[in-house]
Design a protein around this ligand. Structure first.
Ligand code: TYC
Length: 110
């Protein structure tokens, strides 16, 4: 797991006061692909709904990505920093579970 870290510096000053500086560490810039996987049971409409609502794809893009997955077995739903990508994988799993479909998404580095 990766964490954003807060770093506190303390500097002693001649008057005895202590100045504290809090510097947010830069976010990890590594991007992760959220990959949708094909199956035989999830409806095309449900996959497009997921692509439009979870991955902010237009209806035309959602259709293109869905067909890519349907024909090739996998396709990229979106590319995000780790925390966001991981949450989207969980969201897909929970939407699919609630709807009774076996649709799955996975994370890929790079
Ligand atoms: N193969 C499914 C069907 O024929 C459609 C589908 C597309 C399912 C993409 C999953 O990630 C997926 N109903």
């Amino acid at each position: 797991m990766r964490y954003a870290v807060l770093v506190a510096d303390q500097q002693d000053r001649p008057d005895g006061a202590v100045k504290e500086r809090v510097t947010p560490k830069k976010q990890d810039p590594t991007l992760y692909k959220v990959v949708l996987l094909n199956d035989d049971y999830t409806t095309m409409d449900f996959v497009m709904h997921v692509l439009e609502t979870v991955f902010q794809r237009s209806p035309a893009e959602a259709y293109r990505v869905m067909m890519q997955v349907h024909l090739n077995g996998r396709g990229i739903a979106g590319v995000y920093p780790w925390e966001i990508a991981d949450t989207k994988v969980d969201t897909v799993a929970s939407m699919a579970r609630d709807a009774g479909y076996p649709l799955r998404a996975a994370l890929e580095e790079g």
